[in-house]
Design a protein around this ligand. Sequence first.
Ligand SMILES: *Cc1c(COP(=O)(O)O)cnc(C)c1O
Length: 230
Amino acid sequence: MLKDNYDAVVKKIADACERAGRNPEEITLIAVSKTKPLSDIEELIGHGVKEFGENKVQELTSKYEEVSCKVNWHLIGHLQTNKVKYIVDKACLIHSVDSLKLAKEIDKEAAKKSVICDILVQVNVANEDTKFGLELEDTAKLVEDISKLPNVRIKGLMTIAPFVDNPEDNRGYFSQLKQLSLDIKSKNIDNVDMSILSMGMTNDYEVAIEEGATMVRVGTGIFGERNYNI
Ligand SMILES: *Cc1c(COP(=O)(O)O)cnc(C)c1O
């Protein structure tokens, strides 16, 4: 069942790539397993899925310990500085860095564990009060500041677009983030590469891919609706 859902998403990704003249190999599909049981994750692992996303540190670290084989865990939710130490050597990529203070804490904890931590800078493209992330115009400056930290490596940008009925309403936000990543890339900042653009969720990943996403984070479309009350 989950396997069929997953394959249907892969097919839609391929179709979106076709429309946009892109190679599907450029796109990483992250299965967002938050609130979902280990058995669901194991089912997908059995199907060859390797990229999983969680939005809470505690949930990521416990699933990290429990799964039967090594997979890649993406931290996609807001990260508090006091939780950084639990996650720096477990997440393959932290998608949600939105302050120098947080980046410095990641740098410090990564140095203690002798790892380099890959991160994305989260941008609040639509400027929603309810969302974390930087404003577009503050992003390049933060990227430059973070680039000086030796144990952190910036791989690109991430955004969470507004929840809308019609995904077309988010197209402009996705293209703005793509443009911002090109602008930052053209500055050739040391220790910064802009190869990853993490944007698009169940409702809007096809539009995001048409606008340049290289990572899409799909939960509901693979695992079904979430129940937060259990
Ligand atoms: C939950 C979540 C997703 C997945 O959302 P769906 O709409 O279920 O696909 C993607 N990104 C982030 C940051 C999330 O918290």
